[in-house]
Design a protein around this ligand. Structure first.
Ligand code: NAP
Length: 249
């Protein structure tokens, strides 16, 4: 059988598709042939335009995950089959551990893990009910493996994303659903704006990246396409580091 990285005939939902890594992944999935359902708390018109200008198909839908059950409700109500789910939307709040507020804990945990789990649940339930196949790609982090600094809820949430990716893979691997994750390194998006604005931290981070540069949103696209494609049919519960070598150091 020929190896296929094509997503022709597939429909992919990406959360937080209006900007950053979500936009980079949506563009790559569109280029690989998937119709992309670009969701976000704001519209993804720019992403949709970029995909359609490149000859692909995409739509924009509002799904605000500050209600962590909104992704589940959206999938339950969506009347066309979704074959690929990319749980990308995420937030980060920074404060010293001794000052960390309940609001900053819940705000991050709701979007980064509670929404991820229940969106996966709704996706899995529909795929299993129609006896089809599906691919889930969760966006983890270096902080799925490391502790980070001043980001208690973010680290807790991303460590949980790694755990949920593995537990869902165990439940669904034999039932046609691949559940995997991408762990991006340090990527130039809104998520890292504060780090990059801090000259010392920024230089410290750059100096530790073997590739010698920060990653871009586009750097995440190829791995997302791969994990969404038939070429990854036997990959379950993997967390692929796309980090310029950060974790190898
Ligand atoms: P970003 O540019 O800040 O994008 C975050 C995305 O999540 C945006 O689309 C944002 O929408 C969306 N989002 C936030 N709250 C939401 C909500 N309540 N409902 C729906 N969407 C919401 O940062 P990014 O780097 O691309 O982040 C994407 C993912 O990669 C996150 O899960 C992040 O944790 C992860 N990640 C990033 C890095 C990095 O270095 N940048 C490294 C590891 C992991 P709005 O634009 O409307 O706010």
């Amino acid at each position: 059988m020929a190896i296929s990285f094509s997503l022709e005939g597939k429909r992919a939902m990406v959360t937080g598709a209006n900007t950053g890594i979500g936009q980079g992944i949506a563009l790559a999935l569109g280029e690989a042939g998937a119709e992309v359902v670009c969701t976000g708390r704001s519209r993804s018109d720019e992403t949709v335009e970029m995909i359609t200008e490149a000859g692909g198909r995409a739509v924009s839908e509002i799904v605000d995950l500050s209600d962590p059950m909104a992704g589940k409700a959206f999938i339950e109500a969506y009347d066309k089959p979704i074959n690929i789910l990319v749980n990308n939307a995420g937030v980060i709040r920074r404060a010293d551990a001794v000052d960390f507020s309940e609001e900053d804990w819940d705000g991050v945990m709701d979007v980064n893990i509670k929404a991820v789990f229940f969106t996966c649940q709704a996706f899995g339930k529909k795929v299993l009910a129609r006896g089809g196949t599906g691919k889930i790609v969760n966006i983890a982090s270096m902080l799925s493996f490391q502790g980070g600094i001043r980001v208690s809820s973010y680290t807790a949430s991303k460590s949980a994303v790694a755990g949920i990716t593995k537990t869902l893979a165990n439940e669904w691997a034999a039932r046609g659903i691949n559940v995997n994750a991408i762990a991006p390194g340090y990527i130039t998006t809104g998520n890292t704006a504060a780090l990059r604005a801090d000259e010392d931290r920024s230089a410290e981070i750059l100096g530790r990246i073997p590739a010698g540069r920060w990653g871009s949103a586009a750097d995440m696209g190829g791995t997302a396409v791969f994990l969404s494609s038939p070429a990854a049919d036997y990959i379950h519960g993997a967390i692929l580091n796309v980090d310029g070598g950060w974790l190898a150091r």
